[in-house]
Design a protein around this ligand. Sequence first.
Ligand code: FAD
Length: 387
Amino acid sequence: MERDIYDEDHEAFRDLVREFCRRHATNAARERWDAAGEVDRATMLAAGEAGVIGLSVPEEFGGAGMLQDFRFRAVVNEEVIAAGAGSLAGAFGIQDDLAVPYLVHMGTQAQKEKWLPRMATGEVLGALGMTEPGAGSDLRGIATTAKKVDGGYLVNGAKTFISSGATADIVVTFVKTGEGNRPDAFSLVLVESGMAGFDHGKKLDKVGFHGHDTAELSFSDVFVPDENLIGGEEGLGFVQLMMNLPLERLSIGVAAAASAQAALDWTLAYTRDREAFGERVIDFQHSRFALADVATTVDALWAYIDRALLAYRDGRLTAEEAAKIKFWATEREWEVLDTCVQLHGGYGYITEYPIARAFADARVHRIYGGTNEIMREIVGRRLAGKR
Ligand SMILES: Cc1cc2nc3c(=O)[nH]c(=O)nc-3n(C[C@H](O)[C@H](O)[C@H](O)COP(=O)(O)OP(=O)(O)OC[C@H]3O[C@@H](n4cnc5c(N)ncnc54)[C@H](O)[C@@H]3O)c2cc1C
């Protein structure tokens, strides 16, 4: 089904992203990131230079000022994922959809001036630290504390599974500044790389996204100055997280649709070329039926995602709608990827093939950004009339 949500500006931007991918999202680069377990800084700086990241940074701070028009970020996801560079798409997503928005929407003027210009260029990379060894879905169960001291806070605790955690220069960190687990007991503070007592810990060895770092972080009496309290006011952290989670979930939905689209395209090319029993694989009726299912699912994914992109632009995407998109899109993605791996036969399991890497990458889409069970809980509670 033809998509009609992009205009000339988006298509011109697509050409720019394609050119960036042709130069930087090469097989050699991907192998380098996979071996290092992280996207190198040179690539992130090149992305900043090309204007492929920093899309959500307002123009006055050197960015593209596209925070509300997520279609540009969708174009980046489509092109980078189609280039077989899932880890790069992940690194871009953390910067633009998880880290930057906290400063743009909730940062003080001084915080914006200090960090955003260099986040737009890739000189400063951000991460979001919510999850802890003992608390993931149940975020109000975190144990990391920020105790008020003269001029700032002393942060103690640990975070885990933090995307870009090893490479980040600043981590938007979810901490307890009050007693109990009422929403106003939490705050967000910016912990900077190099602060005494802050350790980036070790990179975790994952099933997929081998070229994008995921790390454990630890904080031992880390002094964080008052100026690094996001929004400049204590007790807003939980509400701040809730404000940005719909964007994070839309971002995962877009990545899921882009990955399903790429899988379809790779599989059409493969099955048109590969022969068995003297026929092309696509000529077997079973293959055609499977591909018909996949192509229809991909159409439906875009129809849903495109509507959500417009709703987000117009400020109408609710938390429930973002939750629906996140779980539904990532589950369709998983089915599509599984079918497409099967149609590749043994090659579908070999990581030299993008379909195999995309399959491994896709699995975590159902887990992070809030598990799909939690997404159903959000939607179901609303249906039951509960908040
Ligand atoms: C590769 C990767 C990258 C990540 N990146 C980040 C990041 O950048 N920043 C960050 O803060 N976190 C990140 N995470 C963490 C991720 O968001 C959490 O893993 C996720 O939210 C689940 O938390 P948990 O692992 O503690 O699982 P748990 O909360 O322990 O859940 C275990 C199981 O119980 C289910 N469950 C829990 N509560 C309920 C309930 N009420 N009803 C029904 N089922 C329930 C869950 O759905 C799940 O199936 C990342 C994780 C991974 C794997």
